[in-house]
Design a protein around this ligand. Structure first.
Ligand SMILES: [Fe+2]
Length: 454
């Protein structure tokens, strides 16, 4: 092999601190953010595929190619960092994402520009962002929420959110339509694992919310302050694996209505679901759909399911079982991450694109908590029991009023801990995420139950 052809693995850079950043660190972070997204979309073999909607509840992929770029322009305009847009129609066409409850409620544009045109549009915007950074007045640090450069920090993190959500869309394309990028590595799998275990937690007082003076960019829903008194509970040491979920399938879990919530059963029957989303049957055997390839089912990796499936598994195991609450999750997580340590700044987890896939549960041994919980951060998200809610003191940010507020309702469940595809400030301990319960992300779950043990 010619050594010139060997691609170095693309690593994700850590977000620059708001009080320490400079022109070089900002530009390096932006370039890395852009490159990650470009690499992801380079996996799509044909331009025609960009006009597919791999998820019927989402826009076609061409929208997401333009969306992250247009977001910089629209926020820069709002913040006064630039005085004019790039394209009269496309800045608007690519501006707003969607969150319909049903496919028929998805309002999709009927015509889209060509892939070539959108790539040229992206290139123009890339140059504008470089110009904005080159000319930025960065003498007055930290960048705060009322600074125009908050728009830049926001657009960077928005780009990274879409690295993850677009990866989920691309993973839903037919496998023949994609090709794994050179520097995209899957984690190993070692087959079956030993039995999952329960770990008892005493409970305690858990503060939730990011301080207003944090030196890391934050989304509106992270701020505010709430203290929760967590009662004693226990939870599984590991995320539920594909091997454990196999038992649920074999026991007829997908056919037993009694295990499902009414909403979950409605989703299951409407979508005719009888297996986890990324299990496929090829020549009579189960295969696992990784990002760009079909593999033998990695039994020691966490199962990836939506919240309905996670809940049905809980009911099947025992009707007293449930998912973790947000406060319980944080109680566990903070054993490992006291105020001085943020998972974002460590390499102890399958987070921040360490691997391009989930990894065996417990494989990242350095990330185990003092009580023994594995993969609290990274690998796959933990679906939580809580509906998405505002912390006391929550305020929307004027640059993005609709970021989280429209989703604080009983139709969106929370998840925590990040996945292998979570990068940037999404990998921080303050990040809070939500989705509709039937949506798929790189998400799984662990079991929890209330206990009386002190
Ligand atoms: Fe977006």
């Amino acid at each position: 092999m010619n050594s010139i052809d060997v691609q170095p693995k693309l690593r994700s850079l850590k977000p620059p601190r708001l009080d320490l950043l400079n022109r070089d660190s900002l530009k390096a972070y932006f370039d890395n953010t852009w490159e990650l997204y470009e690499m992801l979309f380079s996996a799509i073999k044909s331009d025609e595929t960009f006009y597919q909607s791999p998820d019927r509840l989402r826009n076609p992929l061409i929208f997401y190619l333009g969306h992250t770029a247009a977001f910089y322009i629209n926020k820069f305009l709002l913040a006064g960092l630039i005085s004019e847009g790039v394209h009269n129609d496309w800045d608007h066409l690519f501006a707003v994402g969607v969150d319909p409850d049903l496919p028929e409620n998805l309002d999709v544009a009927s015509t889209w520009p060509s892939v070539k045109e959108v790539r040229a549009y992206r290139k123009t915007i890339f140059n504008i962002i470089h110009e904005v950074i080159d000319n930025a007045e960065l003498t007055d640090l930290p960048i705060t929420q009322d600074s125009p450069y908050w728009a830049l920090m926001m657009a960077l993190e928005h780009d990274r959110i879409h690295f993850e959500t677009s990866s989920m869309l691309i993973r839903q394309l037919d496998v023949e339509l994609v090709c794994r990028p050179d520097n995209w590595d899957y984690a190993p799998s070692f087959g079956n694992i030993s039995k999952n275990e329960w770990i008892q937690m005493k409970g305690g007082s858990v503060p939730i919310g990011k301080p207003n003076d944090s030196n890391l960019y934050g989304w509106d829903n992270e701020y505010g302050s709430l203290t929760v008194q967590v009662k004693p509970f226990s939870a599984t040491k590991n995320l539920i694996t594909n091997a454990e979920f196999w038992d649920f399938i074999e026991a007829g879990g997908y056919e037993n209505e009694a295990l499902w919530s009414a909403e979950g059963w409605e989703w299951k029957t409407r979508t005719n679901t009888s297996l986890p989303k990324f299990w496929v049957i090829r020549n009579g055997t189960f295969q696992y759909r990784a990002m760009f390839d079909e593999l033998s089912i990695p039994m020691d990796w966490p199962v990836e399911v939506n919240a309905h499936e996670a809940w049905a598994y809980c009911y099947w195991k025992n009707d007293g079982l449930r998912l973790l609450s947000e406060a319980e999750f944080l109680l566990i997580a903070r054993e490992r991450t006291p105020e001085t340590e943020d998972p974002l700044y460590t390499d102890k987890y399958n987070l921040d694109f360490t691997f391009g896939s989930p990894s065996p549960v417990g494989y990242m041994t350095a990330g185990a908590t003092a009580s023994g919980f594995n993969d609290i951060y990274g690998n796959v998200w933990d679906w939580l029991q809580d509906d998405f809610y505002a912390l006391p003191g929550f305020k929307t940010h004027p640059l993005y009023e609709e970021f989280s507020a429209p989703y604080m309702d009983e139709e969106h469940s929370m998840m925590a801990g990040g996945s292998w595809a979570t990068t940037g400030t999404g990998a921080s301990k303050y990040y809070r995420l939500w989705f509709r319960r039937h949506f798929f992300q790189h998400a799984g779950f662990r079991l929890a139950k209330s206990t009386s043990t002190q």
